[in-house]
Design a binder for this molecule. Structure first.
Ligand code: DGJ
Length: 285
């Protein structure tokens, strides 16, 4: 599968996995795969493509990372956000970009790209709360800050509710909600090299956020099992069942990067992720 830094939407009984399509290291857009059971995946389409228009923000040569898709019940549209870097500028542009589609498999069309409320935006995630209000969580200020912005009702833009969560030099944010609390996985900032994960908890998405330290357990736990957080998948139809998704990057050939999926262990009121050589969905009750 070629779907890195990705995220998953469950819609009408099907899971859709969106992720970076890489050719060697080049960004080639966003692929989408589908599955009914999380075990068997079918390639659907290139859901979003860079543009042949050399003047476009998404002209070939741009960098497209960490695509996340959410479904808007109000507008019935699928909305994709991703980290965009403009062609030939390395990681200097630090923008978020938004694309939209009527169908889960695309084609997604670019709506806009920007720095949310003027803030740099690199690694990012999206989160839809129980009241259908959506949020964009993003690494800002050269990745020193982690910020959260509440989105407009159509999910296409940030609102002015945009706040600094903490200033710890973290990236790769992955948010989930369990037992009325919000939990947030992040990584340190060491390029493609793996590092120590950290888990934060809060009663309110805008904080205050409290660190719970490194939640990983087992061999190579201190380098997140040689991987980096990307998404937390709530398993459809099961209560308190969440899968931690991470990327095991191969920077010389990003196309060949691998995926780590582990069940999040919620026993005894603690949140941890233990290494397992293999596991099945029946670990969730
Ligand atoms: C770490 C980020 O988490 C990745 O998505 C990517 O931007 C690399 N840095 C680039 O070095």
């Amino acid at each position: 599968m070629n779907a890195h830094g990705g995220g998953i939407v469950h819609h009408s009984g099907t899971y859709y996995w969106y992720g970076e399509k890489r050719g060697g290291t080049e960004s080639q857009g966003v692929n989408v795969y589908s599955s009914k059971d999380l075990y068997n995946w079918t390639f659907e389409k290139l859901a979003f493509s860079p543009s042949d228009d050399k003047e476009s923000d998404i002209a070939w040569g741009c960098i497209i990372e960490r695509p996340k898709v959410i479904y808007n019940k109000r507008t019935k549209k699928f909305v994709m956000w991703f980290h965009l870097e403009l062609k030939g500028q390395g990681y200097a542009a630090a923008r978020a970009a938004v694309a939209i589609s009527d169908s889960p498999t695309g084609p997604f069309k670019l709506v806009d790209s920007f720095r949310p409320n003027g803030h740099m935006s690199r690694d990012m995630g999206l989160f839809v709360d129980d009241d259908d209000v959506a949020y964009h969580i993003y690494s800002s200020d050269e990745n020193y800050e982690l910020r959260l912005s509440k989105l407009t009702l159509d999910y296409l833009a940030p609102t002015a509710s945009d706040k600094l969560l903490f200033r710890n030099h973290r990236e790769a944010p992955a948010l989930f909600k369990y037992n009325k609390k919000y939990y947030l996985f992040t990584s340190g900032c060491t390029g493609w090299a793996p590092n120590k994960a950290e888990l934060h908890v809060a009663d309110d998405l805008f904080g205050p956020w409290t660190s719970l330290g490194d939640p990983m357990r087992g061999p190579d736990a201190q380098i997140t099992f040689d991987a980096q957080s990307t998404f937390v998948l709530p398993v459809a139809g099961k209560k308190d069942a969440f899968i931690f998704m991470a990327d095991r990057w191969k920077p010389k050939n990003l196309l060949d990067s691998r995926y780590i999926w582990l069940p999040i262990d919620l026993k005894n009121g603690t949140v941890t992720v233990s290494w397992k050589d293999q596991w099945k969905l029946d670990v969730f009750k």
